[in-house]
Write a protein that binds this ligand. Structure first.
Ligand SMILES: C[S@@+](CC[C@H](N)C(=O)[O-])C[C@H]1O[C@@H](n2cnc3c(N)ncnc32)[C@H](O)[C@@H]1O
Length: 226
């Protein structure tokens, strides 16, 4: 019987693509990956997809594509690699994926997350941090997410925010409006590990009016943990 591999490919640079991920992609008959200008998936794995049946996704059709692939290969002896940026267990809808492919034998292959790269740049411990994703998968309201972020910061956690549908500026604005000190240290990590990587180090106050790439991770340093 074929198998479904949910493969984390790291944050973009092929230097962060693990041997385990390469093996799974090389051994697959079918590869499912995002193909959008803002997405680096195909570039990261470009030499590994030759001769494979490729299913391409975008923001509009990604669920449909997964469902189509599940329908097409159910009960067949086909190995399928579902390509996921960073690590599959961070803000990548793993719950939905495992539901769609519930009739398959599934293996999740961990990848190096943008969250880990950002934590390394900020030199903070993940166990003293909270990861907040602003990719909702239609489940949680923005206001609720913001409240959760504030709560966790007040309780002494560093915040690592995947700033998908919300900008770093909006997060800064919200925190300051709730009384968080504008001098709080922040990193905004854009296009990590890619050729146009940029790291901004400053304060909440300073990022208020700056423009950042949609592909960014913000780290808000908690002074209680310094
Ligand atoms: C749908 S989530 C997937 C996260 C991914 N599973 C991970 O572990 O990095 C996409 C978000 O991750 C962050 N991200 C992923 N790759 C990135 C990179 N190379 N540079 C900066 N942020 C990145 C951005 O916040 C982006 O909006």
């Amino acid at each position: 019987m074929g198998k479904v591999y949910i493969v984390g490919i790291g944050p973009g640079s092929p230097k962060y693509l693990t041997d385990k991920a390469k093996e799974a992609i090389k051994g697959a008959d079918v590869v499912v990956a995002w193909d959008e200008s803002s997405s680096y998936e195909l570039k990261t794995i470009e030499r590994l997809t030759e001769g494979k049946k490729l299913y391409l996704q975008n923001g509009e059709n990604f669920v449909k594509v997964y469902e189509e692939v599940a329908q097409e290969y159910r009960g067949k002896d086909t190995n399928i690699a579902l390509i996921i940026t960073g690590d599959p267990c961070i803000s990548s809808g793993i719950k939905h994926l495992t539901r769609i492919f519930k009739e398959f034998d599934i293996e999740v292959i961990s990848g190096i997350s943008s969250v880990q790269i950002a934590a390394a740049l900020a030199r903070i411990s993940l166990e003293e941090s909270a990861v907040i994703s602003f990719h909702y998968h239609g489940e949680v309201e923005l206001e609720e997410k913001m409240k959760e972020l504030l709560e966790l910061f007040k309780r002494g956690r560093h915040i690592i925010a995947l700033t998908g549908e919300v900008t770093p500026n909006e997060i800064a604005e919200y925190l300051m409006s709730k009384g968080v000190d504008g001098k709080t240290q922040v990193l905004v990590c854009e296009n990590l590990t890619l050729s146009d990587e940029k790291i901004f180090r400053g304060t909440l106050n300073q990022i208020r009016d700056k423009k950042f790439s949609p592909l960014s991770v913000s780290v808000i340093i908690n002074p209680k943990k310094q």
